[in-house]
Design a binder for this molecule. Structure first.
Ligand code: NAD
Length: 453
C-alpha cells in the first residue's frame, strides 16, 4: 500500500504519512460494512441509541485532541476547531435520540391493517471535502448510524486525520467493527469506487459542484440514493435602514471565516446605493481588524488557505489590475496565507463576482431598490445561504421568501445549526442534511398490508 504526506498549511511542514487506499481496499471495506450493517440494524433501538451516546461521550473526552489535529492539518484557528469537534459530539448526541423515535404510520385501509416502516437504506458512502472535515463527516454519520446504516467515509486527501481518529473513538465507544470505517485516499479512486459499487446504496457527497455533477451521473447508473451539498456564491444584502455598524462589523466574518473556504461564505455584499459610502467607511476597520495568524494561537480569527495550489487559484481572481478597495494583512514566512480582500467596484460579469472563489475575497456592489437586490441575489446558479440586514420586518420577510436559497439569516450570519435543515437550492445541492428529518434520508419507506379477513 502506498502512502502520502499530509502537510500543515500554516507551516508547510509534513505532519504524517497516510495510507492511500486502493479499489481493493474499498471493496473489502464495503463488504465488511454490508455484513456489519445486517447486525447493526438488528441491534435494539435503545441499545443503538446508547452506543451513539457513548460515541458522543468519547468525542467529548477528546475535543482538544481532535481540535489540535484539525488545526494542524486544515489550519483552522484552534477556537473554531474546538467548536467543530464539539459539533461532532452534539450531532451524534442529537441523532442518538432518533433510533427510539423512528416510527412508521398506521394507515386506515379496508380489509386489514396497513403499517409503514422506515428501513435503513444499507451501506452509505460518505464523501467529505477538506474545508470542514469534522462537522461535515458528522452531518452524514450521525443520522446514518441512527437509521441503522453502516458508513464507509472517504475524507478529503488533504485532511484525513480527524476522520481516522473519530473512527477509532467509535470503536472505543463500543460500536461494532465494520459499522463505521474510514478510507483515506484519492477521490478518483476510493470516492469513485463508493459511487460505482452496487452494494453502496446511498452516497452523501459534499464538495465542488463539478465533482458533484460527476457523482450524480455515476449514481444514476445504479439509481443510487444521493444527497449533494455543493458550492455557493451567497449574497449579504444590506438595506439603508439596517444597523449599518453591526452589518459592517460582522460582514468580514461572514466571508473570511475559515479563510473564506466556506460553502456558505457571503462572498457578494450587496449594499443599498444611498449608504454605500457610509458602509465602506465602516467596513474598512472591520476588515483590517481581522486577526490573521498562527492558527494554534487562541486569539487568531483567520488561518491560512489549505494548500499552495488553492492559494494560486484564489489569487487568480485578484489580478494586478483588480479593484482592491480594502486589504488586510498576513504573517510573513512559511504558510499558504492570503489576506482578507475587498473588491469594489466590480463588473457583474467578472469572475470574482460570478464564481465561487472559496477564499478570503469579497465583492461589494450597490443596488437601487428591493427588487434589484432580489434580482442580483438570485442571478447565480447557486443557492446555498445568504443574509438580509434591515430594520423593516415586512421587508425582511418579503426578501427572505424571494431569495432562492436554502439557508437565510436576518440581521445575523448564522447558517448551520444542527437542529435545523441545511442544504441548497439550484446547483448548490440536492436534499437536506441536519434538522429533525435528516434520518429519513437514510431510510426507505416500506409499506406492509396485513389481511384481517
Ligand atoms: P472536491 O469536489 O474537490 O472534493 C470533495 C470530495 O470528493 C473529496 O473527498 C474528494 O476526494 C472527492 N472526490 C473527488 N473526485 C471524486 C470522484 N470522481 N468520485 C467521488 N469522489 C470524488 O471539493 P473540495 O475542494 O474538497 O471542497 C470544496 C468544495 O466543497 C467547494 O465547492 C464548497 O463550496 C463545497 N462545499 C459545500 C458544502 C455544502 O454543505 N454545500 C460544504 C462544504 C464544502
Amino acid at each position: 500500500m502506498t502512502t502520502y504526506t499530509v502537510i500543515n498549511p500554516a507551516t508547510e511542514q509534513p505532519l504524517t504519512q497516510v495510507a492511500r487506499s486502493t479499489v481493493e481496499d474499498a471493496d473489502a471495506a464495503i463488504q465488511r460494512a454490508a455484513r456489519a450493517q445486517q447486525r447493526w440494524r438488528a441491534v435494539a433501538p435503545g441499545d443503538r441509541a446508547r452506543l451513539l451516546r457513548r460515541f458522543a461521550d468519547q468525542v467529548d473526552a477528546h475535543v482538544d485532541e481532535l481540535a489540535a489535529l484539525e488545526t494542524a492539518e486544515a489550519g483552522h484557528p484552534v477556537g473554531a476547531a474546538r467548536w467543530e469537534a464539539g459539533q461532532v459530539r452534539d450531532v451524534l448526541m442529537y441523532y442518538a435520540a432518533a433510533p427510539e423515535r423512528l416510527t412508521g404510520r398506521q394507515i386506515p385501509v379496508p380489509g386489514g391493517l396497513d403499517v409503514t416502516f422506515r428501513e435503513p437504506v444499507g451501506v452509505v458512502g460518505l464523501i467529505v471535502p477538506w474545508n470542514f472535515p469534522m462537522p461535515i463527516l458528522s452531518w452524514g454519520l450521525g443520522p446514518a448510524l441512527a437509521a441503522g446504516c453502516a458508513v464507509v467515509a472517504k475524507p478529503a486527501e488533504l485532511t484525513p486525520m480527524t476522520a481516522v481518529r473519530i473512527a477509532e473513538l467509535a470503536l472505543d465507544a463500543g460500536l461494532p467493527e465494520g459499522v463505521f470505517q474510514v478510507l483515506p485516499g484519492q477521490g478518483s479512486v476510493v470516492g469513485q469506487r463508493l459511487v460505482d459499487h452496487p452494494d453502496v446504496r446511498k452516497i452523501a457527497f459534499t464538495g465542488s459542484s463539478e465533482v458533484g455533477r460527476h457523482v450524480m451521473a455515476g449514481c444514476a447508473r445504479h439509481v443510487k440514493r444521493l444527497t449533494l451539498e455543493l458550492g455557493g456564491k451567497s449574497a449579504n444584502i444590506v438595506f439603508a435602514d439596517a444597523d449599518l455598524q453591526k452589518a459592517a462589523a460582522t460582514a468580514p466574518y461572514a466571508v473570511f471565516d475559515n479563510a473564506g473556504q466556506d460553502c456558505c461564505a457571503r462572498s457578494r455584499i450587496l449594499v443599498e446605493a444611498s449608504v454605500l459610502e457610509t458602509f465602506m467607511a465602516l467596513l474598512e476597520p472591520a476588515v483590517r481588524g481581522v486577526l490573521v495568524g498562527d492558527p494554534a494561537d487562541a486569539a487568531t480569527e483567520m488561518g491560512p488557505l489549505i494548500s499552495a495550489a488553492h492559494r494560486a487559484h484564489v489569487a487568480s481572481y485578484v489580478p494586478d489590475d483588480a479593484p482592491v478597495a480594502i486589504r488586510g494583512s498576513v504573517p510573513d514566512g512559511a504558510g499558504f496565507w492570503y489576506p482578507p480582500t475587498v473588491l469594489a467596484p466590480v463588473s457583474p460579469d467578472s469572475p470574482a463576482y460570478t464564481e465561487e472563489i472559496f477564499g478570503p475575497v469579497v465583492t461589494v456592489t450597490p443596488f437601487a431598490d428591493e427588487a434589484a437586490a432580489i434580482a442580483m441575489a438570485n442571478d447565480t446558479p447557486y443557492g446555498l445561504s445568504g443574509s438580509i440586514w434591515t430594520s423593516n420586518v415586512g421587508r425582511a420577510i418579503r426578501v427572505a421568501r424571494a431569495v432562492e436559497t436554502g439557508n437565510l439569516s436576518v440581521n445575523s450570519h448564522s447558517s448551520v445549526r444542527y437542529w435545523t435543515p441545511f442544504g441548497g437550492f439550484k446547483q448548490s445541492g440536492l436534499g437536506r442534511e441536519l434538522g429533525p428529518d435528516a434520518v429519513d434520508a437514510f431510510t426507505e419507506v416500506k409499506n406492509v398490508f396485513i389481511a384481517t379477513d
